[in-house]
Design a protein around this ligand. Sequence first.
Ligand code: KIV
Length: 271
Amino acid sequence: MSVYKSVKRVTTHVLNEMKLNGEKIAMLTAYDYSIARILDEAEIDVILVGDSASNVMAGYDTTLPITLDNMIYHAASVVRGVKRALVIVDLPFGTYQGNSKEALASSIRIMKETGAAAVKLEGGQEVAESIERILSAGIPVMGHLGLTPQSIHKFGTYVVRAKEEEEARRLMEDARLLEKLGCFGVVLEKIPAKLAEDVSTTLKIPVIGIGAGGKTDGQVLVLHDMLGITQEFSPRFLRRYHNLYAEIKGAVQTYINDVRTQAFPNDKEQY
Ligand code: KIV
Protein backbone atom coordinates (compact mmCIF):
# COMPACT_ATOMS: atom_id res chain seq x y z
CA MET A 1 0.00 0.00 0.00
CA SER A 2 1.25 3.45 -0.79
CA VAL A 3 2.70 5.37 2.15
CA TYR A 4 0.82 8.63 1.53
CA LYS A 5 -2.55 6.85 1.46
CA SER A 6 -1.99 5.10 4.77
CA VAL A 7 -0.95 8.08 6.91
CA LYS A 8 -3.21 10.34 8.92
CA ARG A 9 -0.44 12.85 9.53
CA VAL A 10 2.56 13.51 7.31
CA THR A 11 5.83 13.70 9.23
CA THR A 12 9.43 14.01 8.12
CA HIS A 13 9.68 10.21 8.57
CA VAL A 14 6.75 9.71 6.21
CA LEU A 15 8.61 11.73 3.57
CA ASN A 16 11.60 9.43 4.00
CA GLU A 17 9.42 6.38 3.58
CA MET A 18 7.86 7.89 0.48
CA LYS A 19 11.31 8.34 -1.02
CA LEU A 20 12.26 4.74 -0.13
CA ASN A 21 9.01 3.55 -1.70
CA GLY A 22 9.54 5.61 -4.86
CA GLU A 23 6.43 7.74 -4.18
CA LYS A 24 6.65 11.35 -5.30
CA ILE A 25 6.08 14.10 -2.73
CA ALA A 26 3.67 16.95 -3.60
CA MET A 27 4.37 20.27 -1.91
CA LEU A 28 2.78 23.72 -2.36
CA THR A 29 3.03 27.03 -0.59
CA ALA A 30 0.23 28.53 1.50
CA TYR A 31 0.07 31.61 3.68
CA ASP A 32 -3.41 31.65 5.24
CA TYR A 33 -6.01 29.48 6.98
CA SER A 34 -8.65 29.19 4.25
CA ILE A 35 -6.28 28.15 1.48
CA ALA A 36 -4.34 25.82 3.79
CA ARG A 37 -7.61 24.00 4.57
CA ILE A 38 -8.30 23.45 0.88
CA LEU A 39 -4.78 22.17 0.22
CA ASP A 40 -4.94 19.88 3.24
CA GLU A 41 -8.33 18.45 2.29
CA ALA A 42 -6.97 17.84 -1.22
CA GLU A 43 -4.28 15.75 0.54
CA ILE A 44 -1.20 17.74 -0.29
CA ASP A 45 1.78 16.12 1.48
CA VAL A 46 3.68 19.25 2.48
CA ILE A 47 2.68 22.89 2.89
CA LEU A 48 5.49 25.39 2.79
CA VAL A 49 4.84 28.75 4.39
CA GLY A 50 7.38 30.26 2.04
CA ASP A 51 9.00 33.64 2.33
CA SER A 52 7.54 34.04 -1.17
CA ALA A 53 4.75 35.54 0.96
CA SER A 54 6.90 38.65 0.71
CA ASN A 55 6.13 38.73 -3.05
CA VAL A 56 2.67 37.26 -3.43
CA MET A 57 1.04 38.38 -0.17
CA ALA A 58 2.83 41.64 0.61
CA GLY A 59 3.73 42.83 -2.92
CA TYR A 60 7.46 43.32 -2.40
CA ASP A 61 9.90 42.77 -5.30
CA THR A 62 12.06 40.34 -3.33
CA THR A 63 11.80 37.99 -0.36
CA LEU A 64 14.11 40.16 1.72
CA PRO A 65 11.68 42.53 3.49
CA ILE A 66 9.40 39.96 5.14
CA THR A 67 9.93 39.77 8.89
CA LEU A 68 9.91 36.93 11.40
CA ASP A 69 6.70 38.35 12.92
CA ASN A 70 5.07 38.37 9.45
CA MET A 71 6.12 34.74 8.85
CA ILE A 72 4.82 33.70 12.26
CA TYR A 73 1.45 35.32 11.52
CA HIS A 74 1.16 33.51 8.18
CA ALA A 75 2.38 30.18 9.57
CA ALA A 76 0.07 30.18 12.61
CA SER A 77 -2.87 30.87 10.27
CA VAL A 78 -1.85 27.98 8.00
CA VAL A 79 -1.38 25.53 10.88
CA ARG A 80 -4.92 26.24 12.13
CA GLY A 81 -6.23 25.01 8.77
CA VAL A 82 -4.20 21.81 8.58
CA LYS A 83 -4.88 18.33 9.94
CA ARG A 84 -2.73 16.10 7.76
CA ALA A 85 0.03 17.88 5.85
CA LEU A 86 3.52 18.57 7.14
CA VAL A 87 3.88 22.33 7.60
CA ILE A 88 7.33 23.82 7.02
CA VAL A 89 8.12 27.50 7.59
CA ASP A 90 10.82 29.54 5.88
CA LEU A 91 13.23 31.35 8.15
CA PRO A 92 13.18 34.85 6.67
CA PHE A 93 16.24 36.78 5.54
CA GLY A 94 18.36 38.10 8.40
CA THR A 95 17.08 35.74 11.08
CA TYR A 96 19.62 32.92 10.80
CA GLN A 97 22.65 33.88 8.69
CA GLY A 98 24.43 36.13 11.19
CA ASN A 99 24.88 33.80 14.10
CA SER A 100 23.66 30.40 15.14
CA LYS A 101 22.17 31.61 18.44
CA GLU A 102 19.89 33.94 16.53
CA ALA A 103 19.04 31.12 14.12
CA LEU A 104 17.98 28.94 17.04
CA ALA A 105 16.01 31.74 18.69
CA SER A 106 14.16 32.47 15.41
CA SER A 107 13.38 28.77 14.91
CA ILE A 108 12.15 28.37 18.48
CA ARG A 109 9.79 31.31 18.00
CA ILE A 110 8.43 29.70 14.83
CA MET A 111 7.89 26.33 16.50
CA LYS A 112 6.36 27.76 19.70
CA GLU A 113 4.18 30.45 18.16
CA THR A 114 2.90 28.65 15.05
CA GLY A 115 2.71 24.92 15.80
CA ALA A 116 4.54 24.14 12.54
CA ALA A 117 6.67 20.99 12.29
CA ALA A 118 9.90 22.23 10.67
CA VAL A 119 11.84 25.19 9.34
CA LYS A 120 13.56 25.76 6.00
CA LEU A 121 16.58 27.94 5.31
CA GLU A 122 18.72 28.82 2.31
CA GLY A 123 22.38 27.95 1.85
CA GLY A 124 24.99 25.26 2.44
CA GLN A 125 28.39 25.45 4.13
CA GLU A 126 27.93 29.11 5.10
CA VAL A 127 24.92 28.30 7.33
CA ALA A 128 26.17 24.93 8.65
CA GLU A 129 26.65 26.21 12.20
CA SER A 130 23.11 27.61 12.29
CA ILE A 131 21.69 24.32 11.01
CA GLU A 132 23.55 22.32 13.67
CA ARG A 133 22.33 24.60 16.42
CA ILE A 134 18.68 24.47 15.29
CA LEU A 135 18.86 20.68 14.98
CA SER A 136 20.38 20.42 18.46
CA ALA A 137 17.07 21.72 19.84
CA GLY A 138 15.16 18.95 18.06
CA ILE A 139 13.80 21.20 15.33
CA PRO A 140 13.70 19.54 11.90
CA VAL A 141 15.47 21.57 9.19
CA MET A 142 15.02 21.54 5.42
CA GLY A 143 17.78 23.00 3.24
CA HIS A 144 17.41 25.04 0.05
CA LEU A 145 20.11 25.17 -2.65
CA GLY A 146 20.48 26.38 -6.23
CA LEU A 147 18.58 29.60 -6.82
CA THR A 148 18.31 31.04 -3.33
CA PRO A 149 16.14 34.17 -3.64
CA GLN A 150 17.37 35.68 -0.35
CA SER A 151 20.78 36.13 -2.08
CA ILE A 152 19.37 37.91 -5.12
CA HIS A 153 21.53 41.00 -4.55
CA LYS A 154 24.67 38.82 -4.55
CA PHE A 155 23.73 36.98 -7.78
CA GLY A 156 22.01 39.88 -9.53
CA THR A 157 19.53 37.75 -11.52
CA TYR A 158 17.07 34.85 -11.18
CA VAL A 159 18.70 32.80 -13.99
CA VAL A 160 19.31 29.04 -13.79
CA ARG A 161 22.04 28.19 -11.27
CA ALA A 162 24.86 25.62 -11.24
CA LYS A 163 25.12 25.25 -15.03
CA GLU A 164 28.91 25.45 -14.81
CA GLU A 165 30.91 22.49 -13.51
CA GLU A 166 32.43 24.30 -10.55
CA GLU A 167 29.11 25.60 -9.21
CA ALA A 168 27.50 22.19 -9.79
CA ARG A 169 30.31 20.53 -7.82
CA ARG A 170 29.85 22.97 -4.94
CA LEU A 171 26.10 22.41 -4.96
CA MET A 172 26.58 18.64 -4.73
CA GLU A 173 29.03 19.16 -1.85
CA ASP A 174 26.56 21.41 -0.04
CA ALA A 175 23.75 18.90 -0.57
CA ARG A 176 25.90 16.12 0.93
CA LEU A 177 26.77 18.41 3.84
CA LEU A 178 23.10 19.23 4.54
CA GLU A 179 22.34 15.52 4.71
CA LYS A 180 25.36 14.86 6.95
CA LEU A 181 24.35 17.66 9.32
CA GLY A 182 20.93 16.04 9.72
CA CYS A 183 18.56 18.01 7.47
CA PHE A 184 15.47 15.92 6.70
CA GLY A 185 15.16 17.19 3.13
CA VAL A 186 16.43 19.69 0.58
CA VAL A 187 14.74 21.99 -1.93
CA LEU A 188 16.63 22.46 -5.20
CA GLU A 189 15.52 25.55 -7.11
CA LYS A 190 16.12 26.28 -10.79
CA ILE A 191 19.10 24.07 -11.59
CA PRO A 192 19.74 21.69 -14.52
CA ALA A 193 17.57 18.55 -14.39
CA LYS A 194 20.58 16.22 -14.65
CA LEU A 195 22.27 17.77 -11.63
CA ALA A 196 19.02 17.59 -9.63
CA GLU A 197 18.69 13.93 -10.58
CA ASP A 198 22.26 13.23 -9.47
CA VAL A 199 21.65 14.95 -6.12
CA SER A 200 18.40 13.02 -5.64
CA THR A 201 20.05 9.66 -6.25
CA THR A 202 23.10 10.54 -4.13
CA LEU A 203 21.14 11.66 -1.06
CA LYS A 204 19.04 9.37 1.11
CA ILE A 205 16.87 12.29 2.29
CA PRO A 206 14.05 13.55 0.05
CA VAL A 207 14.95 16.16 -2.55
CA ILE A 208 12.13 18.47 -3.66
CA GLY A 209 12.54 20.38 -6.89
CA ILE A 210 11.22 23.63 -8.31
CA GLY A 211 12.47 24.17 -11.84
CA ALA A 212 14.78 21.18 -11.30
CA GLY A 213 13.27 18.60 -13.66
CA GLY A 214 11.17 15.50 -13.09
CA LYS A 215 13.65 13.20 -11.36
CA THR A 216 13.65 14.73 -7.89
CA ASP A 217 11.71 12.99 -5.09
CA GLY A 218 8.98 15.62 -5.19
CA GLN A 219 7.90 18.97 -6.59
CA VAL A 220 7.01 22.31 -5.08
CA LEU A 221 5.37 25.36 -6.68
CA VAL A 222 4.25 28.70 -5.34
CA LEU A 223 0.46 28.39 -5.11
CA HIS A 224 -0.28 31.86 -6.52
CA ASP A 225 1.83 31.04 -9.58
CA MET A 226 0.33 27.61 -10.31
CA LEU A 227 -3.21 28.91 -9.85
CA GLY A 228 -2.56 31.84 -12.18
CA ILE A 229 -3.21 34.55 -9.60
CA THR A 230 0.18 36.08 -10.41
CA GLN A 231 0.39 36.99 -14.10
CA GLU A 232 3.77 38.59 -14.59
CA PHE A 233 5.90 35.63 -13.42
CA SER A 234 6.29 33.07 -16.22
CA PRO A 235 9.45 30.98 -15.95
CA ARG A 236 9.69 27.89 -18.19
CA PHE A 237 9.25 25.50 -15.27
CA LEU A 238 5.92 26.96 -14.17
CA ARG A 239 2.80 25.02 -15.14
CA ARG A 240 -0.35 27.08 -14.59
CA TYR A 241 -3.25 24.87 -13.53
CA HIS A 242 -5.79 27.65 -13.59
CA ASN A 243 -6.27 31.28 -14.52
CA LEU A 244 -7.64 32.48 -11.19
CA TYR A 245 -6.68 36.08 -11.95
CA ALA A 246 -9.21 36.11 -14.78
CA GLU A 247 -11.78 34.11 -12.78
CA ILE A 248 -11.64 36.41 -9.76
CA LYS A 249 -11.65 39.55 -11.89
CA GLY A 250 -14.65 38.26 -13.86
CA ALA A 251 -16.58 37.40 -10.69
CA VAL A 252 -15.83 40.80 -9.16
CA GLN A 253 -16.92 42.60 -12.35
CA THR A 254 -20.19 40.64 -12.36
CA TYR A 255 -20.77 41.58 -8.72
CA ILE A 256 -20.08 45.26 -9.40
CA ASN A 257 -22.51 45.17 -12.28
CA ASP A 258 -25.16 43.43 -10.15
CA VAL A 259 -24.82 46.06 -7.43
CA ARG A 260 -25.01 48.92 -9.91
CA THR A 261 -28.04 47.50 -11.69
CA GLN A 262 -29.67 46.42 -8.40
CA ALA A 263 -29.71 42.78 -9.56
CA PHE A 264 -28.09 41.97 -6.20
CA PRO A 265 -29.57 41.34 -3.70
CA ASN A 266 -32.78 39.82 -5.03
CA ASP A 267 -35.94 39.06 -3.05
CA LYS A 268 -34.63 35.72 -1.75
CA GLU A 269 -31.35 37.25 -0.60
CA GLN A 270 -32.90 39.43 2.10
CA TYR A 271 -34.82 39.15 5.40
O1 KIV B 1 9.47 30.80 -0.51
C1 KIV B 1 9.11 29.89 -1.26
O2 KIV B 1 7.97 29.83 -1.73
C2 KIV B 1 10.10 28.86 -1.58
C3 KIV B 1 9.75 27.91 -2.69
C4 KIV B 1 9.93 28.57 -3.98
C5 KIV B 1 10.52 26.65 -2.59
O3 KIV B 1 11.11 28.80 -1.00
